[in-house]
Design a protein. Structure first.
Length: 233
């Protein structure tokens, strides 16, 4: 059994997809980041970085419980554990890992920062930040479109953890300003993944998760975003 700590972010969604794809038994444990639950001493023992998602595999290496944090590492761990969605051939394996890293180091941070400056930052004075991240978001969509014109999936000809990692971040492509009808390769990929049973299960389970985002206190919001008295600069 796996304990899965998270909420509703794209980084959490990707782990839902992998667990569902692999058919692994898991218990979901909500961590309401809008109520600063990630800062509890109990959660910090699981992840000193105080971020979601986290898993605790009670049947880890050697049959002992093992904790994994960072979404990319969790996907790789589950791929190793199950032998699924990661090629055995070394070259093909690193094709997948490279495109997983594009998501972890590029798509996630850029899409996340665009969302922050679009939804949560004061508009006056942040025009440069908004423009910078929107430009990078659209460049990354162009990269994904180009890649999917060369291969069926991001990591190659087989569906993999690179696709699972990237798909949740693209679910808001309209809000990002990406024109899906002008990206036929991305559209084909996005529609195919949307139809997968594991993705549908993830979306259904996400719909049932409750958070305190709409009622979060100003202090909790400041702590979440690292601003106000929590700012370090």
């Amino acid at each position: 059994m796996i304990d899965f700590y998270g909420l509703t972010s794209p980084n959490v969604q990707k782990i839902f997809i992998m667990l569902e794809e692999c058919g692994l038994p898991y218990t979901f444990k909500p961590v309401d980041v809008w109520a600063s639950a990630q800062h509890s001493s109990e959660f910090a023992k699981l992840n000193p970085n105080k971020k979601i998602p986290v898993i605790v595999d009670h049947e880890g290496p050697g049959g002992k419980p093992y904790t994994v944090f960072e979404s990319g590492a969790i996907l790789m761990y589950l791929a190793d554990k199950t032998g699924k969605f990661m090629p055995k051939d070394m070259a093909k394996k690193y094709d997948v890992i490279q495109w997983l890293m594009v998501q972890v180091t590029g798509v996630g941070p850029s899409f996340g920062n665009f969302t922050h400056f679009n939804m949560f930052a004061p508009k006056p004075g942040n025009e440069y930040s908004f423009s910078r991240y929107k430009t990078e978001v659209l460049r990354l969509y162009e990269l994904i479109e180009q890649r999917l014109g060369q291969t069926k999936y991001l990591g190659g000809n087989e569906y993999s953890i690179a696709d699972m990692a990237t798909f949740p971040w693209t679910r808001q492509h309209t809000a990002h300003g990406a024109k899906i009808d002008q990206m036929p390769n991305f559209k084909r990929w996005f529609e195919e993944l949307s139809a997968r049973a594991a993705v549908k299960a993830m979306i259904a389970k996400q719909a049932d998760i409750k958070s305190s985002r709409e009622s979060a206190t100003d202090d909790n919001k400041d702590r979440f975003f690292g601003r106000g008295k929590y700012a370090r600069a």
